[in-house]
Design a protein around this ligand. Structure first.
Ligand SMILES: [Zn+2]
Ligand SMILES: [Zn+2]
Length: 303
């Protein structure tokens, strides 16, 4: 199954030339999950030929404008394109109130159902699951309620070794084998041993999205060992005090968390517009954690 992340925006606070506000699309199989929705996200989806019809779920980290001002426009476009399929929306309490007010005063009655779930941004808790993934909230420390999201693939079925399979198994028995069970006869005796006819599946993959936050060491435990970690890196480390006072992190701190959590790869983003050139942020992170990349516009990462 495809498990891929696309970066649509990497700017913090104010946009900058070719850098846009935060938005990412995680694709698992044929489903898109939209993570944050900064201003102009719908245009970025068009540019990257990502069909919004395939977005079934949207996860918003917090209610600073650079993370959700694009949502109203995207919902409006979905409505105008005649969407009827429900859309699930996760985010901090109050998001529903903002949207409802906008819809009320623009006399917009969506022709699809918007199912909003308010998440507790202070808890690590499972908030969503479907056939492909489970999603947990990750508590961030920011100026207003804010959480990240941890996406974990569902455990895979055990692949069958076709040349070792007896010919006369029923579809139900084959399914049981992919679940790791043995095939038994009527008396409960083992007819086919699972270990003889199946093989171990690839371990489920995981992606952790850490939105705006103070450097928080305890996050390392929650995202330990993930295949890909995105962590904000608004500033260089010489501005550590400014980062702390605005509840943000530095490139070095993002890399420290990646190292502490023993993740496979790190993406840094949410860059301050004071940095025209992002190379120093990347270089700083790499001194601590070598497998770092910049989460710049259009980057696609196969997880
Ligand atoms: Zn932000
Ligand atoms: Zn923020």
């Amino acid at each position: 199954m495809e498990f891929e992340l696309k970066i649509l925006g990497s700017a913090s606070a104010t946009p900058f030339l070719d850098r846009h506000h935060t938005a990412q699309v995680l694709t698992a199989g044929s489903t898109h999950y939209l993570i944050d929705c900064g201003e102009g996200t719908q245009r970025r989806l068009l540019e990257h030929k990502i069909r919004h019809q395939r977005i079934r779920t949207v996860f918003i980290s917090h209610l600073h404008g650079d993370h959700f001002f694009g949502l109203f426009g995207l919902l409006g476009t979905m409505h105008l394109h005649g969407r009827t399929e429900p859309l699930r929306l996760f985010g901090p309490a109050g998001l529903d109130e903002v949207l409802t007010t906008q819809f009320r005063h623009s006399h917009t009655q969506l022709n699809f159902e918007l199912e909003f779930t308010a998440v507790d941004t202070e808890q690590f808790a499972e908030v969503f699951d479907d056939a492909q993934v489970t999603v947990h909230t990750l508590p961030m420390r920011h100026r207003i309620p804010c959480c990240g999201y941890l996406f974990r693939e569902k455990p895979r079925r055990r692949p069958l070794l076709k040349d070792k399979l007896p010919a006369d198994l029923t579809p139900a028995q084959l399914t049981a084998l992919t679940r790791g069970e043995d095939v038994l006869d009527a008396d409960g005796q083992v007819l086919v041993r699972n270990a003889d006819v199946t093989t171990t599946p690839r371990p489920p993959r995981a992606y952790a999205y850490c939105s705006d936050t103070l450097y928080t060491e305890s996050l390392a435990e929650l995202v330990h060992g993930v295949d890909l970690l995105y962590h904000e890196a608004t500033f260089l480390d010489d501005m550590r005090e400014r980062a702390a006072s605005t509840h943000h992190s530095t490139a070095r701190q993002a890399a420290q968390l990646a190292r502490r959590a023993n993740v496979q790869r790190l993406l840094i983003g949410h860059f301050s517009s004071r940095y025209r050139d992002l190379a120093p942020l990347l270089a700083e992170a790499k001194t601590v954690f070598d497998w770092t990349e910049l989460a710049t516009e259009g980057l696609t990462v196969a997880i």
